[in-house]
Design a protein around this ligand. Structure first.
Ligand SMILES: Cc1cc2nc3c(=O)[nH]c(=O)nc-3n(C[C@H](O)[C@H](O)[C@H](O)COP(=O)(O)O)c2cc1C
Length: 190
């Protein structure tokens, strides 16, 4: 099938539609972030790209801390809402029925309803153009005990994670395999 060639754009999909919290448990804010990812394993590092006009931008710049809260199908309405309303005008936690809890390592709060929260401390920031990229170390993880089995394994499949692709939200689908399955030797039947 022939492909059309288009000019470059931000068409990477799927990406997480994460809820990024900033501020403090007493004065929190939350915004939806699609431009995020992992950039290093050791030390564990991530980035978020935030437009300078967002209310959250200066809070993150000044505190140097934020939390990436993964979102689920059950949270998708709140995820969209937090991406189209500003904390300048409204308490988004109240409006969406989201609850904050204190984090362990950073001043920014975590969201109780989120299954996995990544506590992040900014190491560098760079204005790239439309967005400031905040590069950050992931200094702690808060994982919902409901999804951790007796062996300590986190079963993300059970969380009902949501994804964002080219302007639309999706529920993560069925499992297709796991890391290395393509080369793994099958166990012999006894
Ligand atoms: C799915 C989705 C993804 C978004 N991703 C980003 C992003 O990566 N960076 C950004 O600056 N804004 C992003 N936004 C927009 C902000 O979340 C939105 O402007 C928000 O209202 C800012 O809130 P604040 O003013 O309280 O900080 C996204 C919005 C949606 C709905």
């Amino acid at each position: 099938m022939p492909k059309q060639f288009w000019k470059g754009s931000a068409l990477l999909a799927p990406v997480p539609a994460a809820l990024v919290t900033c501020g403090t448990p007493d004065k929190p804010n939350v915004l939806t972030i699609g431009w995020t990812g992992i950039v290093c394993t050791r030390p564990p590092m991530t980035y978020i790209s935030v437009r300078p006009e967002r209310y959250s931008h200066d809070i993150i710049r000044d505190s140097g801390e934020f939390v990436i809260n993964l979102t689920t199908s059950a949270m998708v309405r709140a995820t969209d809402f937090c991406g189209v309303r500003s904390g300048r005008d409204i308490d988004k936690f109240d409006a969406c029925g989201l609850h904050v809890l204190p984090a362990h390592e950073v001043s920014a709060p975590i969201i109780e309803e989120s299954p996995v929260c990544l506590e992040c401390r900014v190491t560098e920031s760079k204005l790239l153009g439309s967005h400031t990229m905040f590069l950050a170390e992931i200094v702690g993880i808060d994982a919902d005990e409901r999804y951790i089995d007796s062996k300590g394994k986190l079963n993300l499949q059970q969380c009902g994670l949501a994804a964002y692709a080219h302007g639309e939200y999706f529920a993560l689908g069925r499992k297709l395999g796991d890391f290395g399955f393509s080369v793994r030797k099958k166990k012999k039947k006894k």
